[in-house]
Design a protein around this ligand. Structure first.
Ligand SMILES: *Cc1c(COP(=O)(O)O)cnc(C)c1O
Length: 345
């Protein structure tokens, strides 16, 4: 059953009235990738440019931070703590947004602290974020370290706000429900319908929000999450839990389980380990559209899209949207991996 039963693409469930600060420029562009579509010979491919955004070089975490830092300001925080991988885009954007709002950024990062200041880490340093290094940590370990840091800062009389790993909590999901509404409005205005909405997926809020928003608008085309690290079952469960937290906030019924579609076959050896198909996808998009993908998330998601065209799952006559979630600074920390043999002088 469709909520509201109105015109496809109309908003049936209002977003809850919770604090939000403006950090990005929305709506982000929805661009038809004409040369890429022609080269691949499959569906018409549209790219939703969530990689654009003036603040901190942009990316999907900016949408989540609008709600998360709105909440932090409402709680009168004076510092923000978050955590992530050494090359975390989320950490970089949290630090940039914190600076813009006059909050002190603290980052708990996986690594030894001996890593070269390149890519996101270079930007974290320019932003003057306080970095706490944690070797070999899982996301849960990193979150625990972030909570411990919050306790010690509170003892010093500070008011830290802790943002979950990847910004993935109910507020992060809400931000991507909003993004789905935004896409539905763009599609409606341009008379477009989509057979699939493709996004990179890792901590899960982007996919959960898009899936929930798509379902609520009745816009056609399931959301397909291309995992950057987790196996299909684990990520599906994580997305389901996040969606459930957000339906509480939205006051709508539960997201049907079959709305969550996860592919884990483009991960390769693991998080941040580049694959040949990822490298190929990065080069292909750069050389057809002049758009850069990243080696950790969007390169693998685009490799998935290209594979599904090769396989005939996505066909000529169809239309798909590829969410470009950002991450480009990580290219600069992976030159040899991205260029492969071509990196040799
Ligand atoms: C974090 C991130 C993702 C994944 O988003 P989640 O909400 O964590 O699943 C995808 N692409 C880029 C570039 C990211 O930084």
């Amino acid at each position: 059953m469709r909520h509201g039963g109105g015109e496809v693409g109309t908003v049936a469930v209002q977003l809850p009235d919770v604090p939000r600060v403006a950090l990005g420029e929305y709506p982000t562009p929805l661009e038809y990738a004409v040369r890429l579509s022609r080269l691949l010979g499959g569906p018409d491919i549209y790219i939703k440019r969530d990689d654009t955004g003036a603040l901190g070089l942009g990316g999907n975490k900016l949408r989540k931070l609008e709600y998360l830092l709105g909440d932090a300001l409402a709680q009168r925080a004076d510092a923000v703590i978050t955590c992530g991988a050494g090359q975390s885009n989320h950490a970089r954007l949290t630090a940039a947004a914190a600076r813009k709002l006059g909050l002190q950024p603290y980052l708990v990062l996986r690594g030894t602290g001996t890593e070269e200041a390149q890519g996101n880490l270079l930007l974290d340093r320019l932003l003057g974020a306080e970095i706490v290094w944690t070797p070999d940590a899982t996301p849960a370990d990193l979150m625990e370290a972030a909570r411990q840091l919050a306790i010690s800062l509170r003892r010093e009389g500070r008011r830290p706000y802790v943002i979950p790993y990847g910004g993935s909590g109910p507020l992060g999901v809400l931000a991507y429900v909003r993004a789905a509404y935004e896409l539905a409005e763009q599609a409606r205005a341009r008379g477009l319908t989509f057979d699939a909405i493709i996004t990179s997926s890792s901590s899960g809020a982007t996919q959960a929000g898009l899936a929930l928003g798509r379902w609520l608008t009745g816009m056609p085309g399931r959301v397909w999450g291309m995992s950057a690290d987790l196996g299909q079952e684990v990520l599906t469960e994580q997305v389901a839990q996040l969606a459930a937290q957000a339906t509480d906030l939205l006051g709508c019924g539960p997201l049907p389980h079959d709305e969550i579609v996860v592919f884990d076959r483009y991960v390769g050896e693991g998080y941040g380990q580049i694959t040949d198909a990822c490298r190929e996808a990065i080069l292909t998009l750069a050389r057809t559209e002049g758009i850069f993908l990243d080696p950790v998330y969007t390169g693998k998601a685009m490799a998935g899209l290209m594979d599904l065209i090769d396989y005939g799952t996505l066909r000529p006559g169809q239309s798909v949207v590829f969410f470009h979630t950002g991450g480009v600074p990580a290219l600069f920390a992976n030159a040899a991996g991205v260029l492969g043999e071509a990196a040799a002088p």
